[in-house]
Design a protein around this ligand. Structure first.
Ligand code: NAP
Length: 326
C-alpha cells in the first residue's frame, strides 16, 4: 500500500463520515487497488449465512453463490427464504442454494437448524453471522433474553459452537461477524449488555451488542487458531439497505446519495470470505474496507476492554446460550 493511500485512508478514518459513506469505498477501491472478487471459484465450499433475505446478507449471498459456493441461508421466515433462494439460484445459475429456518434469537430453533446443517454438510467452510436489526421497542426472545443481544450475540455464539465440528472438518475455515461502526460509542460492559425495560434504548442496545460481537469474535479467534479456523469481524460503513430504511429513516434522508450501495457495504465481508491473503495471515481482527481497524477510538471504551471483562463476557455467553464449552 502506498504512502498516499495510507494518508487518504487515515484522513477518511479520522473524518468518520468520509470513511463510512460511499466516498470511503470509492477512494479506497482506487487507491488500494482492490482486486475484483467476482471471478473466484468457490466450487466445493460450503457457506452458511444468516440474514441473507435482505440488504448486505443478500448481496453477500448473491456474490458467493455466483462464485459457485454451496450457500445455506439461515432465515426466520420460510417464505422469504424460499423466494431468496429461488432468486439466488436463478441469478447465479448455481443450484446449490438452500435454507434452514431459525430466528437467530431463538436458541431452540438454532439448535434444530444446526443439526440440520450438520446433517446436510459434514464440512462447513465459512459461517457468516450477518443477521441484525436495530429494534426501537424492547422485546424478549423465547428464552427470555432481550432480543437485540439474543439475536446478535447469544444466538450467533451458540450457532458457532454447534457448528464447530463441521467447521473443523472444513478447515481452513472462517467465521465472520457483521458488526457496526456504532460499537465505537460503547464500552465493553457485561453488566450493561442486556438492557432492562426502563432504560432500554434501541440504538444503545444495538451498539452494545455490536461491541460484544467483536469481542466474542476475538475470543473465538484465540480458541480456534490452532484448529485453522479464522475468525474476523467487520463493519460495512453506512449502506442503503431495507434495514436502514426501516430503522433509521431520518438518517437515510439526510445522507441520501452518500450512503453506500449494499454491494459496497458487503464488499469487505465477501473479501474476508474468499481472500486467502491478509484475512488468513492473522485472526481475530476487525475490518472495514479491506483494512484491519482498531477496536476503539475513545480512551474511555479502551479502558473498559480488560482481559477480565472479556472473560466475563465469554462466561456470560456460555451461560446464556447453554453451549457446552468452557
Ligand atoms: N446497512 C448498514 O449501513 C449497516 C451498518 C452497520 C451494520 N450493519 C449490520 O449489517 C447487518 C445486515 O444489515 P442490513 O442493513 O443488511 O439490514 P436488513 O436489510 O434489515 O437485513 C437484515 C437481515 O437480517 C435478518 N434478521 C434480522 N433479525 C433476525 C433474526 N432475529 N433472526 C433471523 N434473521 C434476522 C433479516 O431477516 P428478515 O428479512 O426476515 O427481516 C434480514 O435478512 C446487520 O447485522 C446490521 O447490524 C448494517
Amino acid at each position: 500500500m502506498s504512502i498516499v493511500a495510507d494518508g487518504v485512508d487515515a484522513a477518511l478514518e479520522w473524518s468518520i463520515v468520509g470513511s463510512f459513506t460511499r466516498v470511503g469505498a470509492a477512494l479506497r477501491r482506487r487507491l488500494d487497488r482492490w482486486a475484483p472478487l467476482a471471478g473466484r471459484d468457490l466450487g466445493g465450499r460450503v457457506v452458511v449465512i444468516t440474514g441473507a433475505t435482505s440488504g448486505l446478507g443478500l448481496e453477500a449471498a448473491r456474490a458467493l453463490s455466483g462464485m459457485g459456493a454451496t450457500v445455506e441461508v439461515v432465515a426466520r421466515s420460510a417464505a422469504k427464504a424460499e423466494s431468496t433462494c429461488a432468486e439466488l439460484r436463478q441469478a447465479s445459475g448455481n443450484p446449490n442454494v438452500g435454507f434452514v429456518v431459525a430466528d437467530t434469537g431463538n436458541l431452540e430453533a438454532l439448535r434444530r437448524a444446526a443439526t440440520e446443517l450438520r446433517e446436510r454438510h459434514p464440512a462447513i467452510h465459512v459461517l457468516i453471522h450477518n443477521a441484525g436489526a436495530l429494534e426501537d421497542v424492547r422485546q424478549t426472545s423465547p428464552q427470555g433474553i432481550e432480543l437485540t443481544v439474543a439475536s446478535q450475540v447469544v444466538g450467533p455464539f451458540l450457532l458457532t459452537g454447534l457448528l464447530l465440528p463441521a467447521l473443523k472438518a472444513g478447515s481452513p475455515a472462517r467465521v465472520l461477524w457483521v458488526s457496526s461502526g456504532g460499537l465505537y460509542s460503547e464500552p465493553l460492559s457485561v453488566d450493561r449488555l442486556e438492557m432492562t425495560g426502563e432504560e432500554y434504548d434501541g440504538t444503545t442496545a444495538y451498539a452494545r451488542a455490536k461491541r460484544a460481537q467483536v469481542t466474542l469474535a476475538a475470543l473465538w479467534a484465540d480458541r480456534l487458531a490452532a484448529e485453522r479456523i479464522w475468525v474476523h469481524a467487520m463493519h460495512p460503513g453506512w449502506a442503503d439497505t431495507p434495514g436502514v430504511a426501516r430503522s433509521l429513516p431520518k438518517f437515510r434522508r439526510v445522507l441520501g446519495p452518500l450512503l453506500r450501495t449494499p454491494a459496497d457495504g458487503a464488499d469487505t465481508l465477501v473479501w474476508l470470505a474468499v481472500e486467502d491473503g491478509a484475512p488468513l495471515s492473522e485472526t481475530g481482527r476487525f475490518w472495514h474496507d479491506r483494512r484491519a481497524r482498531p477496536l476503539h477510538r475513545l480512551s474511555s471504551t479502551q479502558r473498559s476492554d480488560t482481559p477480565e471483562e472479556r472473560q466475563r463476557l465469554w462466561r456470560w455467553a456460555v451461560d446464556k446460550s447453554g453451549l457446552s464449552i468452557r
